[in-house]
Design a protein around this ligand. Structure first.
Ligand SMILES: [Zn+2]
Length: 445
């Protein structure tokens, strides 16, 4: 088990940090300081290449261009993108096969799944090159914050060791990344002392976590009155609320540097350690801001520039940001970047479920993936050990779907969890109009 895990880690590293990775990282270190003119030129060139590819090789876009009576030459700049309609998750899933490039080879592609911010399960494919590029963008983000491969622990909502395991170790050392991957699943009050002992022994300099798990870990350090300081804490995957940020930063006396991305890989936003601004990563994709009825609030729409296997042009994320218009004009920031600045990301609030064993389950998005006839699913918990899945169906929901949902939930939460599935006509959005995966009316205390 241990040996195969080690091999897996090294293979994953080889895959993500393939032969183009270093080349991309070098290029990206340079492009983050591009002037607006250079950025425009960079984006337009990449867009032209991508649109030509779509026209030649991707059946969905071939049909689209034909129906619009357009040629690739009609999309020369990011402003020309407006000539194309928006794409959304529903359209992608309905046209899944047609969106895959005819030049695509299964070899070395990777599948991403999401329930994302609309709660609707979805599948997306990325090619080897795109994964190398994505990895290089994330590495730039880490390196800009002084992390050139320091010892790190990760707590990213993963199970890591079998769910049935009741004794430590609840972690694996990934030697390829010098990373101690800790199970979020087993982090309970009873086990917390084992986690703390291991962290003190391992002496990581970097913590990489989802905000909800970082918050739980910080709670336990405070509960046991143990002081520990990281050089930096990287958060991603969930919305980082102000009070959660300040709690974690205070307990660990370490700055949090946040990152926003999504499984569809159409928009990336990184916080910069020097200026503490959230900058749109303009060399990753072309990002449009769709106005909403609220002032200074926009929906993020992204066009991929690097994923040739299943290109997404003008993809609506249904994720929102707040920003004043002057910050969206790309004025130079004190960190030296012309990337546009976002003030607040109103993204995904995942929260967590609490199992009868006291485990915190932060990620449930994959539970409904693959269950037919479910359009949206929300987990609702108000009692320990009991969860209700509210599902919006397409009207053809069967007993088999119900049983599969229950089985997936038991597998990914706890075999002792009581699971209720109820069909609803509507799943109300949160206060900012966002879909909420987990509604939890219990606090940790
Ligand atoms: Zn900046």
């Amino acid at each position: 088990m241990k040996a195969s895990f080690k091999v897996q880690c090294w293979l994953k590293r080889l895959y993500r940090r393939g032969f183009r990775f270093q080349k991309y990282l070098q290029m990206l270190r340079h492009s983050q300081f591009h002037t607006p003119e250079q950025l425009q030129q960079y984006q337009n060139q990449a867009l032209h290449k991508m649109v030509s590819h779509c026209y030649k090789n991707v059946p969905f876009y071939q049909d689209l261009f034909r129906s619009l009576r357009m040629l690739p030459g009609d999309i020369k700049t990011s402003a020309d993108l407006r000539k194309l309609p928006f794409l959304d998750k529903k359209t992608v899933q309905e046209n899944y096969d047609k969106l895959i490039s005819k030049k695509h080879h299964n070899f070395l592609c990777n599948m991403g799944t999401t329930s994302g911010s609309t709660g609707m399960p979805g599948k997306f494919i990325r090619d080897y090159d795109a994964i190398n590029f994505e990895h290089a963008i994330v590495w730039r983000h880490w390196q800009n914050s002084g992390d050139f491969g320091k010892r790190r622990i990760s707590l990213r909502g993963e199970i890591i060791v079998p769910a049935s395991q009741t004794h430590p170790p609840f972690w694996h050392y990934n030697s390829a990344n010098q990373e101690l991957q800790m199970s979020s699943y087993h982090l309970s009050r009873d086990n917390s002392v084992h986690y703390i002992d291991k962290i003190l022994e391992f002496q990581p300099r970097v913590l990489y976590c989802g905000p909800s798990m970082g918050y739980v870990l910080a709670k336990f350090f405070k509960y046991h009155q143990v002081d520990y300081r990281f050089d930096v804490i990287f958060t991603s995957s969930e919305s980082l609320e102000t009070d959660v940020r300040s709690y974690i930063e205070t307990v660990f006396q370490s700055p949090i540097i946040d990152w926003y991305g999504q499984a569809e890989r159409v928009v990336a936003i990184g916080e910069n350690r020097i200026c503490r601004c959230y900058h749109i990563q303009e060399d990753y994709s072309i990002v449009e801001f769709l106005s909403t009825s609220e002032q200074n609030r926009y929906e993020l729409v992204g066009t991929q520039l690097h994923n040739y296997v299943m290109p997404l042009l003008r993809y609506r994320t249904f994720d929102y940001i707040d920003s004043r218009s002057e910050l969206l004009s790309g004025v130079v920031c004190q960190c030296g970047s012309h990337f546009r600045t976002v003030e607040r990301i109103l993204g995904r609030s995942y929260g967590y479920l609490l199992t009868p064993e006291g485990y915190h389950i932060a990620i449930t998005a994959h539970i409904p993936v693959g269950v037919d006839n479910v359009i949206e699913a929300q987990f609702y918990q108000e009692k320990i050990g009991e969860v209700t899945l509210k599902v919006l169906t397409n009207g053809r929901f069967t007993e088999v779907d119900r049983e599969r949902l229950v089985a997936n939930t038991l597998k990914h939460t706890s075999p002792f969890m009581k699971v209720n599935v109820i069909e609803v006509d509507d799943i109300p959005r949160g206060p900012n109009g966002k879909f909420i995966n987990i509604v939890n009316n219990m606090s940790l205390n």
